[in-house]
Design a protein around this ligand. Sequence first.
Ligand code: AMP
Length: 181
Amino acid sequence: MTPSLEETLRSAIRTIPDYPKPGILFRDITTLLGNARAFRRAVDELVHPWAGSKIDKIAGIEARGFILGGAVAHQLSAGFVPIRKKGKLPHETVRVAYSLEYGLDEMEMHRDGVLPGEKVILVDDLIATGGTAEGAVRLIRQMGGEIVAACFVIDLPDLGGRRKLEALDVPVRTLVSFEGH
Ligand code: AMP
């Protein structure tokens, strides 16, 4: 029997306990990326609802969002725009502070990365508290971009990130969920 999408993806994701800190179960997607079938299925499923629609840009969050976002952009014939930690982008940027588990950090996008009215899909590997994705949504909207959706391979539903994005009127697509942190 062909394994379901959820089984294919779940079994391709490696879990590393106590990384980077005690108590965290790190969901490592390098094993999924290294598995040709799982990688292709993940990208195909992420883009599925928008196949054939006109999407201008895929915004990927550093760093794993770059890998998935590049593949998604190719599949949808869209451009790709990187969202990076502060100080990494060479041209003029817009910047936003976002909340991490402990404290704040800042992320940036090139000022001309998204043009007013462009339709944008946000991509990252995983949504936990949603603080990172919320910061990215604010940056894209600041540029006048229209967020069509945010897509993640993994959801940690106990941390509430999906609800946080939906409260900002951002439709959320995720493929596999894991309980707990
Ligand atoms: P958050 O802002 O809390 O939604 O965290 C999402 C960001 O942190 C994503 O870029 C994830 O790659 C990373 N992240 C958070 N928790 C985990 C986890 N348990 N395993 C792997 N990556 C994580």
